[in-house]
Structure formats: C-alpha cells, structure tokens
Design a protein around this ligand. Sequence first.
Ligand code: FES
Length: 86
Amino acid sequence: MILCHCAIVTDRQVTNAMDDGQVGLGAICRATGAGSGCGQCVPSVRSVMRRYALARAAVLAESAVTSLAQFATSQAALEGDSHAAA
Ligand code: FES
C-alpha cells in the first residue's frame, strides 16, 4: 500500500527500512524518501512504525515466555534428577 504519494513509498518499504535497522521517524523518512514532500504521509508512516514495533514486541515476548517455560522445565527435570539421586 502506498503511504507517500509524493515519493511513492509503500508500507513495505517502511517496514524494510525498520528491518534494516533504521530507528526513528527521521531515519525512516531519510531511508525511504517518505515525508520529503508535502508531509501528509507522516501520520501513516508513524502508524506503520507503531504496528511494526508492537508486532516485534509480541514476537519478543512470546520468545521470552517460551524460553522461561523451557528453563522451568529443565529446572524441574534437574530437581527431579537430584531427588532421584538422593
Ligand atoms: S505524501 Fe509523503 S510527502 Fe507528500
């Protein structure tokens, strides 16, 4: 979907810029060209950035929960082993 009609920048280009490590509205606009004309696309760029950040946070949170569950399982197994050995 085209976000910036002045520079013809899509939402995918914005998320690609974020994937490439661009952080912040200014950096993303410089990387993509969005916002370089009339500026009407800036709220849309911000919205894409917000959705991307929320999606990334959800993935990281899910990964953290999985890691904690694996840790708890391994701890329980270790405790079970130590009880069995005693
Ligand atoms: S629509 Fe993006 S600068 Fe005009």
